[in-house]
Design a protein around this ligand. Structure first.
Ligand SMILES: [Zn+2]
Length: 319
């Protein structure tokens, strides 16, 4: 009997340890087919550090911290010479939502949106986005949100830099969303009040928490909904430093991330999306999500993978 129990325990252990491999698809190609992707990694890390510093007060929608953050992002867009849609980088909208702590808030929120015009089909757009808002403060404690989502926000600057230097075929919208933590409100407002026609959006590429992973794993969610993105974009991705996996689409035993961040707003409108992110970690939505916990090598490589994906999507869409 004891032996049987031992065998069952061993079997259970083996089954559990195989869980990831059987439920998620590992993408990593062994041979790089893409050109070298370079960007200013020191500036990106510095931007993350600034946005997640105490002075930015946790970037809560409608607060002084949010105002500082959006002005910082707009200054970056200006320095990068991004074009404006509708005459301003800011898209304001009234909001009413409740945060992680159950507090209902209302006021005015601001997406920050810049544009890189395409060299061939400039009337078609890839929207690359990341939310910049976070949870604010609690008493004297600051929710710095280094991974969630100063990481994605600062990566936007490197992505913009790359495509300014390597002009894309289609136009690329660089969007820093507000109000994500109170219900994906910024991206929802954007898709419901499009500055450009919805039919002209080719896809959304979303980053939310790409700054650390103990298992060295970057997940991509969204592939079951679009064959082109799966077959021509995701399968071409390459990294010899981090593990790239698809999953969390509701068809495996992992948490379903289809509506977990701003890509959900695009999906509701039938727009294809790829979401890049890591699994929740011990500091998720805690005051300990700080700059020092970012794994810089992982973070920079994750950014490189998102640039690869954006570049590949730009090459693949033909309409
Ligand atoms: Zn987030």
């Amino acid at each position: 009997m004891k032996n049987n129990i031992t065998i069952i325990i061993v079997l259970l252990f083996v089954l559990c340890s195989c869980k990831r491999e059987t439920k998620s698809k590992i993408i990593n190609n062994t041979i790089s087919s893409s050109v070298r992707i370079s960007f200013d990694s020191i500036t990106q890390i510095e931007s993350l550090k600034i946005l997640s510093s105490d002075s930015y007060l946790g970037r809560e929608t409608g607060t002084k911290g949010a105002e500082l953050s959006r002005n910082y992002i707009a200054d970056k867009f200006t320095a990068l010479k991004l074009d404006k849609l509708g005459g301003s980088y800011f898209q304001s909208f009234p909001y009413n939502g409740s945060n992680d702590h159950g507090d209902v808030k209302e006021g005015l929120a601001y997406n920050v949106i810049g544009l890189i015009r395409g060299r061939e089909q400039s009337n078609k757009f890839i929207v690359v986005g990341a939310h910049y808002d976070h949870l604010g403060t609690s008493g004297k404690k600051v929710y710095n949100g280094a991974d969630d989502n100063a990481s994605g926000t600062a990566a936007l600057f490197s992505i913009a830099t790359y495509f300014k230097e390597n002009p894309p075929k289609h136009s690329i919208i660089i969007a820093a969303w507000d109000g994500e933590e109170i219900g994906l409100l910024g991206s929802q407002y954007y898709v419901n009040h499009p500055i450009i026609l919805q039919k002209d959006i080719l896809c959304n590429i979303n980053m939310d928490m790409i700054g650390r992973s103990e298992k060295n794993e970057l997940f991509i969610t969204g592939t079951p909904h679009n064959k082109l993105l799966m077959d021509s974009v995701v399968t071409s991705l390459y990294s010899n430093k981090i593990k790239i996996l698809t999953g969390h689409d509701g068809d495996d035993r992992e948490d379903d991330w289809t509506y977990s961040s701003d890509h959900g707003s695009f999906h509701k409108k039938g727009i294809p999306f790829l979401y890049f992110g890591v699994e929740d970690h011990k500091d998720y939505h805690k005051t300990s999500d700080v700059f020092e916990s970012i794994q810089q090598a992982f973070y920079l490589e994750a950014t490189r993978v998102v640039i690869q994906a954006t570049k590949r999507a730009d090459e693949c869409f033909t309409r």
